[in-house]
Design a protein around this ligand. Structure first.
Ligand code: ZN
Ligand code: ZN
Length: 200
């Protein structure tokens, strides 16, 4: 977490660990000035950016692992240049890109680790070690295949709707034609964020 916070600060962002129920005058004034009440009340993690203000809001109620992932996701938006003015409404493609960024930041692929390792150990690799490595890689590939569908993030759509939603959104809860967003849906560019669950 400290490393990610350092990256954020390096980019000029300040982290705000907020309590969604904070009614203090200072905080109330800030969220009204930035028009972010809806996001705060929903307990979202998001980035606010304009010419003078660079803030990343993180819900302090989340557990440590969720915070780490959420911050990595926001760094994805920042590094990929998704953010414009205020609270930018990101497209589903941008959400997926931020999720992938977060995924690779927190779980670098084996090929990257191997490259780093071999650049540290210049000496020739012993055959037996290679065999062990291959076994490890095979295991990791199997693991990555099972993970493959999860690092996109979990977004849902209905057969007729043009909004994408968080898993627990009330507007899709009782519908029976809900399905998980696919790569095809992402490529279609048809989906925009739901205004109720605010997928960020
Ligand atoms: Zn929704
Ligand atoms: Zn996002």
């Amino acid at each position: 977490m400290d490393n990610l916070a350092f990256i954020a600060e390096d980019e000029g962002f300040e982290l705000i660990d907020y309590n969604p129920h904070d009614n203090s005058p200072g905080f109330t004034k800030l969220i009204d000035e930035l028009s972010i009440r809806k996001l705060i009340e929903a307990g979202k993690t998001f980035t606010f950016l304009n010419k003078n203000i660079k803030l990343i809001f993180i819900n302090e109620k989340m557990d440590a692992e969720d915070k780490l992932y959420a911050l990595a996701h926001e760094l994805g938006h920042i590094r990929c240049g998704h953010l414009k003015n205020g609270v930018h409404q990101t497209s589903v493609q941008e959400e997926v890109a931020a999720n992938e960024f977060a995924h690779y930041l927190l779980h670098p692929p084996v090929s990257y680790k191997l490259k780093k390792w071999s650049s540290v150990h210049k000496s020739p690799i012993i055959v037996s070690l290679v065999i062990i490595m291959i076994a490890v890689i095979a295991m990791v590939i199997i693991h990555q295949v099972t993970l493959e569908n999860s690092y996109y993030g979990e977004y849902y759509v209905t057969a007729s709707g043009e909004r994408y939603h968080e898993k627990d959104c009330i507007t899709i809860k009782d519908k029976d034609n809900v399905r998980r967003l696919t790569q095809e849906d992402i490529d279609s560019g048809k989906y925009t964020p739901c205004q109720i669950c605010l997928p960020e």
